[in-house]
Design a protein around this ligand. Structure first.
Ligand SMILES: [Zn+2]
Length: 92
């Protein structure tokens, strides 16, 4: 499994332990999980990492899009369920 860098805490981890975030141009929103094409940003399933990424606008920079505030807010609002859907981490 390739490693990816979390855009929040900048630590490296196997891709299957991170949440993939992509931009949906058609929906005009950020989407999470596998199966979305285009550039991806990776985050630990951790509210702290999402906070760090939001403070630095790291999602928009990683995806090379200008993320509308509403789309960012939607990602934040749905993060808890996104993390729950990602399932328990290996060994955790
Ligand atoms: Zn992280």
């Amino acid at each position: 499994m390739p490693e990816r860098t979390c855009i929040g805490c900048r630590s490296r981890a196997p891709a299957d332990t991170l949440v993939r975030i992509a931009w949906s141009p058609t929906g005009g929103r950020l989407v999470t999980g596998p199966g979305h094409s285009g550039r991806g940003a990776w985050l630990c399933p951790d509210a702290e990492c999402l906070d760090l990424a939001m403070q630095r606008d790291a999602v928009g920079r990683a995806l090379r899009v200008g993320v509308p505030a509403a789309a960012a807010a939607e990602l934040v609002a749905g993060w808890a369920s996104t993390v729950a859907a990602a399932g328990p981490l290996p060994g955790g």
